[in-house]
Design a protein around this ligand. Structure first.
Ligand code: DQA
Length: 154
């Protein structure tokens, strides 16, 4: 698969617990189900998805670095690192492809510490509050942006 046809899907801390964790905010779908759904949506547009989940910030940063050579786009739900990680912000800034931030819940409608995203300023856009549907919307945004290089860049 060429870099032009690959999306790196990044899942941050605690997303491995989806399905059991706080279903009021995150629903009942497991991470595997969400990844599968994302793969299906991307495949319909001829794109492959590589997925990395880690509870360690450094692993996510390394994956973003590697994607500089291997992926055309990146979809990221960084979990709580969204609200604290300037290191992930800098790694994303160094990735030149399309970048979409996703959240299952709507952080803006929750506790104050979730209202800040360190990543929001270095992605093309954010999808939040739509549960697993947000991943389909993120793929659709990637497809649109890859097909429309004139769209505003991050
Ligand atoms: C989350 C929102 C974050 O605030 C939280 O820390 C998560 C999940 C979401 O998908 O809604 O772990 O990114």
């Amino acid at each position: 698969m060429s870099a032009q046809r690959e999306i790196l899907l990044v899942s941050g801390p605690n997303l491995d617990l989806l399905g059991e964790r706080d279903p009021r905010h995150y629903g009942t779908a497991t991470l595997d189900e969400i990844v599968e759904r994302t793969r299906r949506r991307a495949a319909a547009a001829g794109l492959a998805v590589r997925h990395v989940q880690s509870n360690a910030e450094s692993v996510l940063i390394e994956a973003v670095h590697e994607a500089r050579q291997t992926a055309a786009a990146l979809i990221i739900n960084a979990g709580a690192l969204t609200h604290s990680s300037w290191a992930l912000h800098d790694a994303l800034e160094a990735f030149a492809g399309v970048k979409v931030e996703v959240h299952l819940s709507n952080p803006a409608a929750r506790e104050g510490f979730r209202h800040v995203s360190t990543l929001a300023g270095v992605v093309n856009g954010t999808v939040a509050g739509f549960g697993p549907l947000g991943y389909d919307l993120a793929v659709d945004a990637v497809v649109a942006l890859l097909g429309a290089p004139g769209m505003p860049a991050a």
